[in-house]
Each structure stands twice: as C-alpha cells, then as structure tokens.
Design a protein around this ligand. Structure first.
Ligand SMILES: [Zn+2]
Length: 479
C-alpha cells in the first residue's frame, strides 16, 4: 500500500488550485473513424505519441507516488516517462488543473444484462434473479451485443480502462462472439469470461463448444491482445448444490484450455460454507477468481490466500441486495488479491466505479464504527493497481510507470461537484462522476477527450440498446 505524507497532498492541492483548465481540446475522432469505415479495431483512433503536461499525477506506484506539476509521455501505447522534468514528445496536451491517474479496473460485470438497468424491482418476483433469467432466455446475439456495447461505452465514459465481462448468458457461440465483438469495437481492455445460458438446469453441464471455439483462435479475436479469454463457471452451488459429475467437466475443460476461471461463491452472508467445498474439490488456485465471498469464514479466507485465488467484491450490489457487508479489510489484511466490481447495472443503475470504490471505503468504516478505518487512497488502490493484480495484469497496467501500457485518465475538477481542490485522494474518491472524466486513454489510444467519447457514437449505442430491450420485452411477454 502506498503511503504518502499529508504535506505532499497539500502541495498538490495548491498546484491544482491555481489552475483553470477546460478540457484537453481537439475535435472528436468519430467523423474520421466513420470515413475510414470497417469494423472492429480499424475504427479505433491511432496510438501515436503525446505528452500530457502540467498535471497532478497520482501514479499509484509506491516509489513514484504523487507528482504535482508533472507530465506523462506516451508513445505507441507505452508510457515512456512520468515525472516532473519529463522532456516529452509528440503532441503536447496542456492538462493544467487536471488530475491524471491510472484508469479504473473493474473485476466482474454482467455487461450482457445492462439492458435491464435498474429493472430489478421492490418485490421478490421482480427481483434481479427472476428478471434477468426471464429476459435473458429471450436474448439473441444482437441483444448481447447492444447490451455489452452500452456497458463498455459507459465504462470508458466513467473512467474504466479495463472491464471483466462476466458473460453468463452464452446461449450459443454467436452469443459469446457478440459479447467479444462489442468489447473489441470500443477499444477497451477487457476479459471476456464465457459462461452458460440463463435458465439452464443445475443438472446439466454447460456446453463447452462456445468456449472451445473462442479458445481455438483467440489471438485473432483478441484485438491485438487487449482482450483476454476466461471461463465463467457456475461452481458447486446455484439454486442448490450441483453434483460433481455436472460441474467437474466444466472446470477440467477450462484448465485443459489454460483459461482463468471465475465463480460466485459465498455471495450472501447466509450462503455459508461455500468456499471450503471449493478448496476440498481442488477448485481453488491461482487461476481462480471468487466473486463476493461475503460469507467466507476466517478459515475460508485462509484457504483463498493459500490457494492464491483472487476475490472480487461488489459493494454496490452486496449492499443493494442485502447480501451483507463485504469483508474488504479482512481480505486486504490476509494479502488476498482483491478487486472491486460493478456486478450488474440491473441493480446498481449507474456503473460508475468511483461510486463503488467509495462504497467500499464507506462500508468498511461503517462496520468498524470509525471514520478512519479505511483510507481513501487504499480504496483508490483497490480500483487501480490492486484490481490489476487481482486480474493478473499488473505487469501491464494499474499504475503509471515507464514501461507499462498507457491506460490512464485525466480528471477535471473544475465542475461544480468537484471544486474546490483539497486533498486529491479524498476528492477523487468522493466527488468524481463520469462528467468529470475529461480524458481516457487505453493502450495509448485516446478514447475520450474534452469530455467526449472519440470513437463511439453514443446516440447510436443508446438507440440500439433501447431497440434491443423493446424486442426482448416483446418476446418475453412480461411487463
Ligand atoms: Zn455477479
């Protein structure tokens, strides 16, 4: 955990306070992208070379720390230099007044059901699970595409540069391909974890054909390595226990293919004793991410740590559904690789990860009955370098260090909801909304600039999602 003294915060705040920036200029690249035509990566802006200067840099690196009046030099997707006396090169971008930090890392998000944003109601029969199960069974590949495309656009707009698309509505290979295509076309860095179809009986093993098809030629689908492939696993418990002869072939196949595995376990405080059976069946390991683990006992947390498994917690949905408080402090204390996640827009509405990180901090302080239990900076670490470690990508991203890939954001604190600048870490955690994210860079490509997405037609994304939802509702004949 990075520890920086208060004095440095205050110096940074003074530097920021003198500023009056108004966006990092330049027209959207969308028109140019449209002229170039084509699909997938060909519509994305070029990587090029640029230097963002005169900014307050929160590197989220233990050695480099925060740099007031700093600059970040990016070339061909690499971070070339970060610091106060950076010579720089390429296009000069004056970021006076801005805070530059690594892009946020989401670690589990059912992007395929963003169509049902805030659709989970106030009665049990209108809750999240029956809603998405019923609508999900009527989804065509084009609906998955529209939903994930909307989610990925929202992710970039709100400052996420990595998302984990937890796709547990793979009704055919085409459904999985639609999810991957939606991710690739936005230029975001992501993992697609290929799952099973909604409504599948717990007595049946998931069809392995979609995962095997994707794995066979993943390199060509990976958008030059920006996308990884994983397996979204039902695990040992859904409505009730699932038999070993049903779940074992699924996990065996993922391990044969060498893809990472992700599974929900101990999701609610009342769902006890679900980690220990995973451990006993040798279903934990460095290749396994466990979602929620709200109910994990101290002994079960030790099992996660010993196995090298990572955990993703989703304070937004865990609190919203009454699953219970996440055990963030306990997991951090044990050294379990931990990331924070959106989970699902059907429950959280907005998928702003800054808001989820703030909830993570707040829920720890609430449990401890202390204003000081969980520092703001530690929460930001969970959303950046910590999340990157949990997803196994911290060698590439998660902090602003020369040699890493350039996944970064610039936040403008000049709007009414962020002025005035005080302590940068607290301000960023507590006040940042999507509208404050001025610039988003993924792998050296500028995907948002001056508060506008450069390569995504947002009106079309929204219209497509509306149309897809209308079709699903029509076919479902429900509400
Ligand atoms: Zn989930």
């Amino acid at each position: 955990m990075t520890r920086l003294c208060r004095r440095r915060f205050v110096q940074g705040a003074a530097a920021l306070g003198a500023a009056g920036a108004s966006g990092l200029f330049a027209p959207p690249l969308l028109a140019q992208a449209r002229r170039e035509g084509g699909g997938g990566g060909s519509r994305l802006p070029p990587r090029g070379e640029f230097t963002i200067a005169n900014v307050y840099v929160m590197t989220m690196d233990g050695t480099l720390g925060d740099i007031a009046g700093g600059a970040v030099h990016v070339k061909n997707g690499d971070i070339v230099a970060v610091g106060k006396d950076v010579k720089g090169g390429g296009q000069k971008i004056d970021g006076t007044g801005m805070i530059v930090m690594p892009g946020l890392i989401d670690t589990h998000w059912h992007m395929w059901n963003t169509l049902y944003r805030s659709f989970a109601g106030d009665k049990p029969e209108e809750g999240y699970f029956p809603t998405v199960a019923r609508f999900g069974q009527q989804m065509m590949p084009s609906d998955i595409y529209a939903s994930t495309h909307l989610a990925a656009a929202e992710a970039i707009n709100s400052g996420m540069t990595f998302v984990h698309s937890w796709c547990h509505n793979v009704r055919s290979t085409e459904h999985a391909e639609a999810d991957v295509r939606a991710l690739a076309e936005t230029g975001i860095r992501a993992r697609h974890s290929c799952g099973w179809p909604q409504g599948m009986p717990d007595t049946q093993s998931a069809d392995q054909a979609p995962l095997e098809t994707l794995a066979r030629d993943w390199k060509s689908r990976s958008n030059e390595g920006l996308l990884q492939l994983g397996m979204a696993w039902r695990g040992q418990f859904r409505g009730g226990p699932i038999k070993p002869e049903v779940y074992q072939p699924e996990i065996d196949n993922a391990r044969k293919l060498g893809v990472p595995i992700t599974v929900h376990a101990g999701s609610a405080k009342k769902a006890v004793n679900q980690i220990e059976p995973l451990s006993r069946a040798k279903c934990l390991g460095k290749d396994v991410q466990v979602i929620h683990a709200v109910s994990a006992s101290d002994a079960e947390l030790d099992m996660l740590k010993e196995a090298g498994a990572s955990v993703s917690v989703s304070p937004g949905t865990e609190l919203r559904t009454g699953f219970g408080y996440p055990q963030i402090s306990e997991m951090v204390a044990k050294g379990i690789p931990l990331g924070i996640s959106v989970d699902t827009s059907a429950l959280t509405g907005s998928s702003n990860l800054f808001a989820a990180l703030k909830l993570a901090r707040d829920s720890e302080n609430a449990r401890a009955l202390s204003e000081f239990k969980f520092p703001a900076r530690r929460a930001l670490e969970l959303g950046t370098i910590g999340g990157a470690r949990a997803m196994g990508i911290d060698d590439k991203v998660g902090s602003l260090v020369p040699g890493k890939r350039a996944d970064l954001i610039a936040i403008s604190p000049n709007a009414l909801n962020m002025a005035v600048v005080t302590d940068p870490a607290h301000l960023v955690l507590e006040a940042t909304g999507p509208e404050n994210v001025d610039t988003v860079v993924v792998d050296g490509r500028i995907l948002k600039r001056g508060g506008k997405l450069t390569a995504i037609d947002t009106q079309k994304v929204v219209a497509d999602a509306r149309q897809a939802l209308a079709g699903v509702r029509e076919r479902t004949k429900w509400r």
